[in-house]
Design a binder for this molecule. Structure first.
Ligand code: NAD
Ligand code: UGA
Length: 437
């Protein structure tokens, strides 16, 4: 059944959810406190790089199912379901900062004059659902009007967000009243996904536990990779070998330079903080975070091994976004690596297929900006691969060898086989495999 929906917060999650919910038949108003963002969207431009999203937005705006507004109060008043999809960034203590959620809840409260259902999409600490209910009620002109708060965490990945929504593997709905849970689950009914009904706290924990578990797999394989290097084993073979055991599974066993992005780092810290608050020593999770921090500097160590003192060297860095198919650089490994290279005295030339505008905000004048793969590596003493964009996994290695001043590649994503590099007489350092010199 078609529902009217206000999506409060039109970032990655809000824009993708709002657009996709419109696409499956709902009437959606996406709103945001950032007026520039809304203006851009009203003009038909998309503020983020996400494959397939621009066309889907245009299609649903034209069909009259999707609109963008900065008048959040009106959108609240006109909608049956109010989704909260605002950011919950990491605060200085490591806890999730839920001030944006609180602001959205209070705004909802001020404009809640008939019964509605509030859906929390943002990733929020356990117990936030109950807090949201209180914040709304305290702001309501008439606190006797009933309403529901439902937890419905999001599992999309950047770069494949539209497909992740449309082929949703599971939907988690945490509610107190079964009628409210059903109302929310029914919104996703056209997707034919499996719905798990839980308490609000369990739904909130499912989100953190899922991200922490995936982060654990990555840190585990990275630690195994570091050990592989010491004993001459190949982590790619090891990952394939263990991953084909269905109890382990092959996903998230790609060794590299550590996980980044807007969620794994902040969510693992937030869960660790929650454990501390509860007086529980979650040592395993702390070690996952520590291993990841160490891993970010692995490439730098390999480069120093290959080149010695970096002072006065020219280094090409390919890939700035935290993973391919996104321009998102939040907590990207490149943000740790590049300042360290600059601090070590290297001249750094960087390139990313879509994150160049974003990169200028982070690196300013501290680096040189390349215009393509081959221009970027030209004349450099070494090339570092930081993100596995297709452009970087399919380079013409003959050209690469000719263009580099020294034929050295330090690859943080294992994009090539050591044998191919040896064939092309390129010194190759990767993760969890023996270097070819
Ligand atoms: P984002 O920073 O891209 O977007 C958040 C948006 O909310 C911004 O546009 C901001 O202007 C807006 N906003 C903040 N306060 C507001 C308010 N009071 N009223 C209206 N708008 C407001 O964040 P995101 O990446 O979309 O993440 C949102 C939430 O979803 C976070 O809790 C995150 O952990 C979670 N999440 C993100 C992803 C992802 O891939 N990015 C996936 C799953 C879950
Ligand atoms: C992740 C989860 O996969 C989503 O389910 C979740 O909704 C989202 O976080 C969130 O809560 O925001 P995302 O951060 O977009 O999605 O990207 P992932 O594909 O999970 O990659 C995260 C990081 O892990 C990247 O830096 C990636 O390079 C790294 N990674 C991933 C590895 O190093 N190895 C792997 O095997 C997989």
């Amino acid at each position: 059944m078609m529902r009217t929906i206000a999506m409060i917060g039109t970032g990655y999650v809000g824009l993708v959810n709002g657009t996709c919910l419109a696409h499956i038949g709902h009437q959606v108003q996406c709103c945001d406190a950032n007026l520039d963002k809304i203006e851009l969207l009203q003009q038909g431009s998309i503020p983020i790089y996400e494959p397939g999203l621009e066309a889907l937005v245009a299609e649903n705006v034209t069909a009259g199912r999707l609109s963008f507004t900065s008048d959040i109060a009106s959108a609240i008043e006109q909608s049956e379901l109010l989704f909260i999809a605002v950011g919950t960034p990491m605060s200085e203590t490591g806890a999730a900062d839920i001030s944006y959620v609180r602001a959205a809840a209070e705004l909802i409260g001020r404009h809640l004059t008939v019964s509605k259902t509030i859906v929390i999409k943002s990733t929020v600490p356990l117990g936030t659902g109950r807090n949201v209910e209180n914040w709304i009620r305290m702001a309501m002109p008439d606190p006797h009007i009933p309403f529901d708060v439902v937890s419905n965490p999001e599992f999309l990945r950047e770069g494949s967000a539209v497909a992740d929504f449309m082929k949703m593997e599971r939907c988690i709905v945490g509610a107190i009243r079964p009628e409210a849970a059903k109302l929310v689950a029914d919104c996703f009914e056209p997707l034919g996904t499996r719905t798990h009904f839980t308490s609000p706290e369990s739904a909130e924990m499912i989100k953190y536990a899922a991200n922490a578990f995936l982060a654990t797999k990555i840190s585990f394989i990275n630690a195994v990779a570091n050990l592989c290097e010491r004993y001459g084993a190949d982590v790619e073979d090891v990952a394939r070998g263990i991953g084909s055991d269905s109890r382990i599974g092959s996903a998230f066993l790609r060794a590299g330079i550590g996980y980044g992005g807007s969620c794994f780092p902040k969510d693992t810290h937030a869960l660790s903080w929650m454990a501390d608050q509860a007086g529980y020593e979650f040592g395993l999770l702390k070690e996952v975070i520590h291993t990841n921090e160490e891993q970010k500097y692995m490439l730098l160590r390999k480069l120093v091994q290959a080149l010695g003192d970096l002072h006065g060297t020219k280094i090409a860095v390919l890939g700035l976004a935290f993973k391919p198919n996104t321009d998102d650089m939040r907590d990207a490994p490149s943000l740790a690596l590049i300042p360290a290279l600059v601090a070590a005295g290297a001249h750094v030339r960087v390139y990313d297929p879509v994150a160049m505008t974003e990169a200028r905000k982070w690196f300013g004048n501290s680096v040189e900006y390349g215009t393509g793969v081959y221009q970027t590596i030209s004349g450099c003493d070494a090339c570092m691969i930081v993100t596995e964009w297709n452009e970087f996994t399919s380079m013409d290695l003959n050209q690469v060898r000719q263009l580099l001043a020294k034929p050295i590649i330090v690859d943080g994503r294992n994009c090539y086989s050591p044998a191919i590099m040896q064939e092309h007489q390129i010194e190759y350092h990767s993760i969890g495999r023996t270097a070819t010199v």
